[in-house]
Design a protein around this ligand. Sequence first.
Ligand SMILES: Cc1cc2nc3c(=O)[nH]c(=O)nc-3n(C[C@H](O)[C@H](O)[C@H](O)COP(=O)(O)OP(=O)(O)OC[C@H]3O[C@@H](n4cnc5c(N)ncnc54)[C@H](O)[C@@H]3O)c2cc1C
Length: 392
Amino acid sequence: MLHDLVIVGAGPVGATLALALSESDLDVIALDARPAGSIARSDRSLALSHGARLIFERLGVWKAVAATPGAVTPITAIDISQRAGFGHARLHAHDQGVDALGYVVSYRALQHALDAALARADMSIEHGVAVTRVSATAGAACAHVVGERHGAAVEWSARLAAVADGGGDVVNYIARRRHDYRQVALVAKIASTEPHGGLAFERFTDEGPIALLPEGDHYGLVWTTSPENASALVALPESKFLAALTLRFGPGAGRWTRVADRRTFPLALEFATRVVGERTVLVGNAAQALHPVAGQGFNLGVRDAYELAQELLAISVITDRDHFGARAFLAAYARRRSVDRWSGIAFTHGLLGLFGADVSMLRWPRGLALTLFDALPPVKRMFTRAMLYGLH
Ligand SMILES: Cc1cc2nc3c(=O)[nH]c(=O)nc-3n(C[C@H](O)[C@H](O)[C@H](O)COP(=O)(O)OP(=O)(O)OC[C@H]3O[C@@H](n4cnc5c(N)ncnc54)[C@H](O)[C@@H]3O)c2cc1C
């Protein structure tokens, strides 16, 4: 059977794509390795832009996420500074006429809301299906699974395969690049004597950025450091860890009282050199996985999914289904996503070039950049708009 679209991976991005097509008469099937009702990863906090919230509102899932206790924390201001250097900037939501610059959202709550909405919309989803590879010919793409069912190979064919597996691992005909930052992110939950009041901190240090994001009744810490230092920090007793954080982060967010759930993960920029191939399109982290410094990665993925859905809906009413996944269609989609995608990658990587390195000569220009940035309302507004809606 030839479907219109097979979605490989129904995580937050693949599920967004499926949901955005749920009111069409397109024949869509989504496959996910995780069992029904579970999430693929341990819970983590996603940095969601205002623009991504608007997309989830349009898809009818935002209310359910926001109603989940502790699942959504609005970021009302962001304080940006550098350690051991001058320069300081603060962005406020009210300057932009919005309630929040962005949101810290629980991956688990968002996935559950998306899964529930897909079930209500009666979308075809096969859980517990780990696709081993996607192949493609000029006429169709095919998602394969190892093994047989009733004596036949288990596979799903479609005019187009959208790969949203979080890594692009199932496709071997689209090249990928990886830049290893040789650093890790140490993440943890931190409690302070001061309520956060929606204020987030981004502090650039000589080891790399430290972010503190308001998250329920505590802060979510993302501390960029060397793998060796991170291992030592994770092993420290609580009081020593909090003392080390105070020393590195400095004042501004009250006195730290507790730390929980310390984990580390390696930091890299990984992206596909092109987001389309024969009858195939990559979306979300399968297309690009960014350093978390600017909170752009997940939002870029949500826009990939939503814009692909809009293109598919538009073409389905004006032309016959075989144009789905045809080269001209895919080339046009790739062109449309290009500015948003490359500016997200370049912005994140460039920010790390300017602020991430231990180059004391850069301290002065960095301070100047932050001071000018704070003193020049149009520049500040432009940057804040990028945080709110993305860089396109
Ligand atoms: C360690 C780590 C920490 C992160 N921390 C943050 C953070 O603090 N804030 C933030 O904003 N972003 C963070 N991110 C990025 C964020 O997690 C991603 O942007 C987001 O998860 C991308 O969503 P996705 O749907 O593209 O991929 P994923 O969330 O990875 O979902 C992929 C889905 O595909 C399914 N799947 C995978 N392989 C297969 C297969 N072979 N066959 C079928 N199904 C498959 C999985 O079960 C899963 O449901 C982090 C990423 C990593 C790796």
